[in-house]
Ligand binder design. Sequence first.
Ligand code: GDP
Ligand code: MG
Length: 704
Amino acid sequence: YKMTDKKDLKIALVGNPNTGKTSLFNQLTGLNQHVGNYPGVTVDKKQGACKLSNNRNATIIDLPGTYSINPNTIDESIVLTTLIDKDKPDYPDVVVVVAEVDNLKRNLFLFSQIRDLEIPTILAINMSDQMKRKGITIDIDLLAKELDTDVVLISARKNIGVDKLKQVLAEKKNTTTKNSFEKRMDFGFFKRIAQELPHIPLYKAWLLITQCNDLSAYTKKEQETIELFREDEDKLAKFQHKETVLRYVEINDILKKTYNVNLKNATTLRANLDKIFTHKIFGYVIFALILMLIFQGIFNFASVPMDYIDTAFADLSNWTKAQLPAGMFTSLLTEGIIPGIGGILIFVPQIIILFLFVAILEETGYMSRVVFLMDKIMRNFGMSGKSVVPLISGTACAIPAIMASRNISGFKERLITILVTPFITCSARIPVYAIIISLVIPEKTYYGFNLQGLVLMLLYLIGFGAAITSAYLLNKILKVKGKSYFVIEMPNYKLPSLKNLGITIFEKTKAFVFGAGKIILAISIVLWFLASNGPSNSFGNAEEIVLKEVKLDHRKTSPKQIQNNIASYKLEHSYIGILGKTIEPAIKPLGYDWKIGVALISSFAAREVFVGTLATIYSVENNDDTTGIKKRMQAEINPETKKPRFDLPTGLSLLVFYVFAMQCMGTLAIVKRETKTWKWPLYQLFGMTSLAYLLAWITFKMLS
Ligand code: GDP
Ligand code: MG
């Protein structure tokens, strides 16, 4: 076998998790990369371009981390499906196995499997910068000879050896593809496989028998033969075990000659840190402290840029309104599109800060300790230790949180995590909670605790409780396959690399802005349309009708008030007003009127729109002035009872509704993207919203 002479090589990076594949990928491709999806599964597929030499380019694929090509998770099965079939479009010309100096043995196991697939395979040993400190020496030349391929020592973090690797990839044309499987498994059972499946290389045939479900690329006869071999399960298990053992025997031999560790000063720091971070008490204390830091970060540091974005877009909208002639287009631009884009970008600071923290925790290796610590607890609720990240992230916004559920390996655990995350109180609920609490909960202090603050905390706790409880129930109910076993890799502690942090944050933010953003923008435009249009006989003649009323009413009315009256008349008779009135009978049992109904509907674009919508409806002069809106809400009278509209029963009913309801288009969109079907977001929409309805109704009934 020869490596092809093609000008453009397709190169796949394969290796154990955390060996630095992505770091190497980033070094090779810089920002020339894009993230796609593997067909049918929700694993990111990262691809990028790289110039190897003056006359050779390459496409690099960053495959998911895996310990062997026998798949346990979706991620790992990607590696097998990519490498087993020469006709697949992603089939590489060369594989670079990225190993790390520490765990060479386990990485060579993967190397030897890939080599047996008869793909040209090069070994890159990463993290060479740590060799000295760890007392490791490797005889690279001898290792290359033993493995019969090129071995390059690199440090992806420090960009050492990467050019050498490029050069090797560009120049080397005769990397052999030694297949040692036949020699290794030279006995009866395998001889029979070779005989009966003569057109399939032996190792591939073995993988087809033991691993692959999709045999559609093979002839009927071959498929039948494969099925026959599959029947003898005991034998298969026995030989799989034997294969593993024999591989390790060979690898141990090679490493004995080439690899040397001077243990004296190695591993003590790591062991000590592990002891603290996974300690039965301190482990949790430290984690709680870090969580607090993250919360503070998200809420404190983000508020300044968020305010900036808020005012910047309000200013832009006003400025545009002043520049352009009044009309449909201007109105669409200034009341639909610009606020819509603002409504997407306002989340960006929180997303950046959140992912910055998460990426730092992951890069340093601390997150693996948290996952280890939390796994036992989370498993009671059908989730995995890795669900901790999405659940924490959910306090900022469910959208990035659900995106962060990707590295949960079991499908069921991942699905449950995605389904319950929207119960976690996100920051968009805060303005709603804040204004309603201030309206209906008295400002009292009990034993030094502020009552309003306690209620706010209670709402957070209820949300968290709802997430945990529903996870527990879903775990019992859902008949989904795909539980994972607990295999957690404890990587070494490291300082995070700025380049990796930067690229991760950039990618996540981009995914949010272009993924969920599109939908938020679309909904904002629809809402704008519904709010600024209506049937012509009422909506169209709003001014005349209101002016006539004003004339009949002999009290003095200021021009400003007249304007406000016109605006609120228009809203009442716009399509969205009509919609609100239509749903009024349904929400009346919860204590709401059509105006609150409109606010509920528009909350679907984003919950915090609630306050702004009520503000528009109650025609307050300044939309964002919450004291203004609060006074108006206080003054709003329920015509039936002649009492304030926002009394205790209605207020609490609304709070309960907002705790439980699935009211966020962005979240639904991202759940669709992550689960690849509308089924789960629709379950969330109806399940959560019915629950919210029921509980809000009970609350209202009990209090009134
Ligand atoms: P992947 O899981 O294989 O994609 O690995 P990543 O590229 O995400 O890297 C895992 C961790 O190893 C990160 O914390 C990197 O910063 C770190 N890392 C990557 N390359 C090197 C290196 O050459 N030296 C050191 N010290 N750390 C590295
Ligand atoms: Mg990676």
